[in-house]
Structures are given as C-alpha cells and as structure tokens.
Ligand binder design. Sequence first.
Ligand code: E4P
Length: 220
Amino acid sequence: MKFFLDSAHVHEIEYALKMWDLDGVTTNPRHIQASGKPFLTVIREIGSLFAGTDKTVSVEVNPHYTDYEKMVAEGEKLAAISPNFVIKLPATEAGFKAVAELKKRNIRSNLTLVFSAVQALQAMRMGAYYISPFVGWKEANAEETLSFIQDVLAIRDNYGYESEIIVAAVRNGRQIADAAVAGADIVTAGLAVYKEAFDHPYTGVGLSKFQGFWDQTPYE
Ligand code: E4P
C-alpha cells in the first residue's frame, strides 16, 4: 500500500521523502493556506520536488466553482504546471462531469470529499484516477468506516474499474491498518499521524531495558 502525505509544507514533504520513501502528496485548500504561501507558488515548489519521478501530487481546483467548465479550465492550467499533478475535484455533479472531460484531455483526477459508496461508484464510472473516501470525518460523525472502504473496493473490483482508492482524512494508525487489511491502494495522512503510528510505547520501554543490559555487559 502506498503512503501519501497530506500536506503543503515543503519541509514536511522533503522529510517524508527522505525518511519514509514517500509515494506521493495530497493537498487541499486548508494545507495550502497553512503553508503561508500563494497557491501557485507553493504547488510549483511541491511539483519540483517530484520532477522526473512517477509520483503524484494532488492539487485541488477552486472550491467555489460549481460549473464543470471552470473546473476543467483550471484543471488544464494546473496540469500544465507539472506532469506529476493530479487534479482534485469535489464529489459533486459538476465534479463528476469534470472528471470525464479532463480524462478526454488525458488529465488525471482525484475525487475528493467522498462520503458514500455511490459517490465513489459514480467517480469510477466517470473515469477518476484516484478516489478519496474520507474516513476521519465520518468517524468524527460516529459513522463506521471499515465497511465503507470495503464496499468501495468491492464495487471497484466487481466491475474492473481502474480507479485507485486513497483512504483519506486518516487520523491514526488503526485507520491505516484497517485500510491495508481492506486492500486499499493508498492512504493519505498528515506527518504527525504517521509519526505517531510508526511508534509504539513498548518499543521505547524495550529499548530502554536492553540499553541497561547492554551497559552491564563487556563488549569483548
Ligand atoms: C485528502 O486528500 C484530504 O486532503 C484530507 O485528508 C482532508 O481531510 P483533513 O484535512 O480533515 O485531514
């Protein structure tokens, strides 16, 4: 399963590339705003980190757009900046139509804000490259999410759709493991979520015990 970083902080992306062999990046308007840089400036910087690789960077169109034509026009503009860019579109009627129009132009899309299996199915039908079911938001709303991911994957496999499933808005290691057990293609999460998930308190406890024994043992 691939690990994507959900961030627009260049230093975080560089860290994850170096330490974790990061597979790709997803951004959204919140991450772009948090970077403190203008939209085009920061996405160009992120795109340049992936130049010459086949790793993708998902970049979201203006969330105010309700016309698919505007989404397509901005998608074309963004895709021209970097071959690594995948255009993030909302799971709305206009977003679904924009997926199909961008696909005709050989531009890949990532359907975001997906909260139901039927939204995912429609994104598959229209030719989405990635589909991003959000688990964290649903769990915050007391909804169960493992069966949601399983349903999306089952629908994809029943009909042989090619869309890759990115389990998104991931908040903890249990959700990463659930995504892997279900057979999702990718998870995307923030730096802190991965760091916490890669750690376990007993690893530190065990290391400390072993250090004690090591210190009491002659080396030769
Ligand atoms: C995924 O592609 C999204 O950018 C992200 O997971 C959105 O959710 P969050 O910002 O609440 O984590």
